[in-house]
Design a protein around this ligand. Sequence first.
Ligand code: G6P
Length: 605
Amino acid sequence: MCGIVGVLGNHEVSPQILDALKRLEYRGYDSAGIATINRGKLDLRRAVGKLINLSDILVHEPLPGRSGIGHTRWATHGGPSVANAHPHRAGRVAVVHNGIIENFRALREELGAEGISFSSETDTETIVQLASLYLERGMTAVEAARATLKRLEGAFAVAFLFEGEEDMIICARRGSPLCIGHGQNEMYLGSDAIALAELTDRITYLEEGDWAILSRSGALIFDADDHQTNRPVTRINVETARVDKSGHRHFMAKEMAEQPRVLQASMSHYAGLSGGDITLPAELDFANTDRLIMVACGTAFYACQVAKYWFEKYAGLPVELDIASEFRYRDPVLGPNNTALFVSQSGETADTLAALRHVSPHVAQVVSVINVPTSSIARESAVALPIHAGPEIGVASTKAFTAQLQVLALLALKAGMQRGRLTPEAFEARLAELRAVPGFVAQALDREEEIRRLTETLSQARDVLFLGRGVMYPLALEGALKLKEISYIHAEAYAAGELKHGPIALVDTDLPVIVFAPHDGLFEKTASNMQEVMARQGTVILISDAQGLAEAGDVPYCLQMPTVPEFIAPIIYAVPAQLIAYHTALHRGTDVDQPRNLAKSVTVE
Ligand code: G6P
């Protein structure tokens, strides 16, 4: 959360910083700001809300200068206000920060005792006040930044700009990602490489604990022990890092539409275009695994929840599943033959990363399924499996979810073979089913207009209930999460069989109940639960296939999905879950790509 940019350029940097911030806006959009040094003087502009507000201010009050830092904020300490917006400034220092300074209260007290008063409620201001104090005490900019960094506790990425130092940005990475971009006698800094894609394709990823002094001619990088160190310069594919809506109204719409292509690309990476094998790193070993521990947050967690059914059914592997923020604060019993599997689109989610670090020393192997191969989670896993979904910008995860499911399905099949639970014939049959996923997803996407019509009434609802059984239960959870996230309608999901143990009390004529129920082995059971809702005047929307709809009888609203094998059904049924949320949000006029209070990459606990 929060995006950081820095530019030491040869032209006016405000437009470059603003443009880079646009690509980081997925990290937060509560406020934004830029600081530059112009003719030796530090100056800044800040605005509450989205970047467009900062752009407007810059039109009327331009911010000249060839050195600058910028920030887009997801509020943690202190609400969204101009005073709390970054960059923060004290004396001759400006700072942008992503993360949390955990000892900020103690630092505030200490600085208060020095007679320093604060102008914001943020933890960040302690950084800038400390650095300014050290400058006043006679330290150089580098000494002041280094001394300040040594005082900070917590997880963060930070950048300092000093008045009088037009050829210097000092930055540090401790817990939150940060990368350096190399230009032609220019240097850049960004929370991720995508931010810098229009500026350079040469990127250095800072390692945990690194700090660096940037000048136009290069970067001096130091490790956590202050030893100067070399970090490699890697070339990124700027085409894949480039992000636009490609003619779609929203990133979410584009990302949903991309799913058939993304799933095809991911499939061909792991299993070729045809044939009967799955290529995974040789060291990946499920044969000796006695327990699989899966940990994730949000939508990625629901992908794990689906995968639990697959690993149990096709690989006979006991699975333990937890939300990262819960997992790390209990005392999970870990064994030397356990495999820990972490799923994360961004690969930077603080809770998931912390859970990974927590288990790493205690388990046989740490595996991750991520979308960003250069992310912290990927780099700290023994085996990192990219989902190849390309940048996902819409805050509500769509293509990453289906691609995560597909990679997890491949893993479950591989585990089934390694553990001797699947015959070669069964393995090949399931793999052939997976190969059909992109086509079925395209067919599900073709139902968009029907779904749009369904959501006309749904968008009037105050609450919505989602039901599903078996693998459709996590789908119901994902459908409810999507709807909450972008339409702000309160939604709950229940395992259909659990309905009678409480939530059925909520059912009345005003409560739409969306039921995910393909005609599988559990259909009869789910259909009975649906009848229980209809008997109490609940308005059911049934999502099923031709046979399911035919057998369901008279249901108020129906949506027909293609008839698909049971194994791959969760991937296909993710599409109506996404489209229902999207079109409901459109009817309600909410901000689909940047829903209130949310951020895509959550790098704070
Ligand atoms: C945030 C996003 C969700 C996402 C979750 C986990 O809450 O809004 O869409 O599912 O983080 O993110 P990750 O990057 O770890 O998959």
